[in-house]
Design a protein. Structure first.
Length: 202
């Protein structure tokens, strides 16, 4: 079975009908197993403010931001009973086999994978790396055969990854991962269903 990493933008967590929209996207994947990765949104923005107000170093802020994503994960688990929190590939396989949708414990997975990553392949712990790059790294390491960014904004016409980063629609580090990414798509989840998976060029 193929795997599609779905990166849910934290800005979408205020959608009252988010569970229904997510279910619609998952149905579009067909036989591919969905692996959901949640973004930081407002919770991570709070850590950014702490970083500035308290002069935290970037390593400290990185792990605080990672922990903030766990709050969002708990919200998703509350809203969608079919989700199951997983931290590794075996747990995800088990969830799929039982008809569940795995939601990745991003902090746990990244911590384990970084400890096994070859030198120079782990992500930098800076504000240039947000949950977009973290989810992309998950898609590379898993490895997934498809990666989908679920976003609030529509995909601008004729935009590649570098242009999207310059427009602040993805983080600055993301284009550096382009050569290793599986086929990557954009889905504007605030738009009306049916949703469209739009391919993104490197």
């Amino acid at each position: 079975m193929g795997v599609t990493v779905l990166k849910l933008g934290g800005s979408l967590l205020d959608l009252a009908d988010l569970p229904d929209r997510l279910r619609s996207v998952i149905k579009m994947l067909g036989d591919n197993g969905p692996l959901l990765v949640c973004g930081g949104g407002d919770a991570a923005d709070l850590v950014r403010r702490w970083h500035e107000h308290h002069a935290l170093d970037e390593e400290q802020s990185h792990w605080l931001a990672m922990d903030s994503i766990r709050l969002n994960q708990r919200l998703l688990l509350t809203l969608m009973p079919e989700l199951e929190l997983v931290s590794n590939r075996a747990a995800a396989e088990s969830a799929w086999s039982r008809g569940r949708v795995p939601l990745l414990d991003l902090t746990a997975f990244v911590s384990i994978e970084e400890s096994h990553a070859e030198q120079g392949t782990a992500l930098p712990h800076t504000w240039e790396v947000t949950s977009d790059s973290l989810a992309a790294w998950v898609a590379i390491r898993w490895p997934a055969n498809q990666f989908v960014l679920l976003k609030s904004a529509e995909l601008p016409p004729l935009k590649n990854l570098a242009q999207l980063a310059n427009s602040k629609l993805i983080d600055r580090h993301f284009p550096k991962l382009a050569s290793a990414l599986p086929p990557t798509f954009w889905c504007a989840v605030r738009e009306d269903d049916p949703f469209e998976l739009q391919p993104i060029s490197a």
